[in-house]
Design a protein around this ligand. Structure first.
Ligand SMILES: [Zn+2]
Length: 431
């Protein structure tokens, strides 16, 4: 057996721990309860919604056509004709390839064509039944379990706590302070900083023992320079906010900074790693690269000030991943996560894994998170991650950077061992 084949087999047999998804609850899918952003339609076109829908717009598909494509009442044939010319343009990207692998793995179809359309439409429907999440994730994607960041809840009380372990979101509590949203979800609110810190404490007391990590994606809205702010200053700012006064952007940032640092401290007390979005933005036509470029350097004060906190920097900070190799090498409390990155730029991730492993301890890399709302393409994404890992490891051995006999140990660490060591074990105890 060739080196590449033996690595491919080992990678294929080793289950991933999937460290990042946004999956909606399975019952929502089974009952077809639509959500305008998270689950806009319930037919085969949903497979192309998240993230391929971004590449369709990037290629030039009119926004109105995209809307029709993912509308619940558009006829299947019309959807196909809307998609087809743009699908030809995007089918080779990481997003597109993840869908093609998904079609093959779940439905035994090589591609979406006029001929395969009716079969894919039928097979899409046939798959969805109670238990299909476990079927897709465990059998098709070979994933032990996922870590889910619900976009509906600060903490999702999931129906499947073993399969879908949950992050505790700190956005509304701190860096994207949203008192109305927190009150809507938990009935908790406060007019003073003291009271708000108790609201944060309440969330950690209630959900911390069941969460796997805290998650924060405020990098979509602000820089990651969370500076130290005196409590007395934060008290004044919070009181003004509670009185209905508008804070200036600088004041608002300082209050967020204080609250974010408080949440990081709480996460550390509860033994929860702190997951932070870094790098590339989902969507189109809004990413300020100048701000994204500062993610790695903005984080340095935080990494120094919280030496006992385990930071998970997501998406390798793409396209500035070199700087994240430097952060992981230099700061003992940093782990880098390849979640989502494999489908943003697959071959960049191959280079990244090679460079990471020859620069940074192998214990500091997590190698898979599908980052999907929809469960089906997780298996296509996992396939791409396995292809990439196989290529990177094969090249490292062939080029003399990694002894062949050390491969099994490295593969085990990268695919699940590091996640196991880093995150609290939330395996439900049997009754
Ligand atoms: Zn995500």
């Amino acid at each position: 057996m060739t080196l590449r084949h033996s690595i491919r087999d080992l990678v294929a047999q080793t289950p991933f721990i999937d460290t990042h998804e946004h999956l909606v609850e399975e019952s929502r899918r089974v009952h077809g309860v639509l959500h305008p952003a998270l689950f806009p339609c319930d037919d085969w076109s949903l497979l192309f919604y998240h993230y391929t829908g971004d590449d369709l717009l990037s290629a030039g598909m009119p926004a109105e056509d995209r809307k029709r494509l993912f509308a619940p009442d558009t006829p299947s044939e019309e959807k196909y004709h809307l998609l087809e010319p743009w699908w030809q343009r995007v089918r080779h990207t990481g997003y597109g390839q993840a869908v093609r692998h998904t079609l093959r793995l779940l439905y035994s179809e090589e591609d979406l064509t006029a001929a395969s359309l009716p079969r894919i439409a039928e097979k899409y429907r046939a798959l969805i039944c109670p238990g299909f999440y476990a079927q897709v994730l465990r059998q098709k994607a070979c994933v032990e379990h996922c870590q889910v960041n619900s976009l509906e809840r600060i903490f999702m009380e999931t129906e499947q706590p073993d399969l879908l372990r949950q992050d505790l979101s700190t956005v509304a509590l701190s860096s994207g302070l949203d008192r109305d949203e927190v009150e809507r979800q938990s009935g908790q609110n406060a007019d003073t900083l003291e009271g708000w810190l108790q609201v944060i404490d309440w969330h950690f007391e209630r959900y911390g023992p069941r969460a796997v990590a805290t998650k924060n994606q405020s990098a979509y809205n602000r820089r990651l320079d969370y500076t130290p702010v005196a409590r007395s200053e934060a008290e004044v700012l919070f009181a003004r906010l509670a009185r209905g006064e508008a804070l200036s952007p600088v004041e608002s940032k300082r209050l967020q900074d204080f609250l974010m640092r408080y949440c990081i401290q709480k996460a550390t007390e509860y033994g929860l790693p702190v997951k932070l979005h870094t790098g590339y933005y989902a969507g189109i036509a809004h990413m300020p690269l100048e701000r994204v470029r500062q993610n790695a350097s903005d984080l340095c004060p935080l990494l120094r000030d919280f030496p006992d906190t385990r930071f998970v920097l997501m998406h390798i900070g793409y396209p500035y991943q070199d700087e994240f190799i430097a952060l992981a090498k230099h700061y003992p409390n940093v782990t880098i996560d390849l979640c989502w990155a494999w489908i943003i730029n697959p071959t960049a991730c191959v280079r990244f894994v090679k460079e990471f492993l020859t620069a940074v301890p192998a214990s500091k890399l997590l190698t898979f998170g599908g980052d999907y709302l929809t469960v089906e393409p997780v298996c296509g994404h996992a396939e791409i991650a396995r292809m990439g890992l196989t290529q990177a490891l094969t090249e490292l051995v062939e080029e003399g950077w990694l002894p062949r006999e050390e491969l099994p140990g490295v593969i085990e660490l990268l695919m699940r061992g590091n996640a196991r060591a880093l995150f609290p074990d939330r395996t439900p105890t049997s009754p």
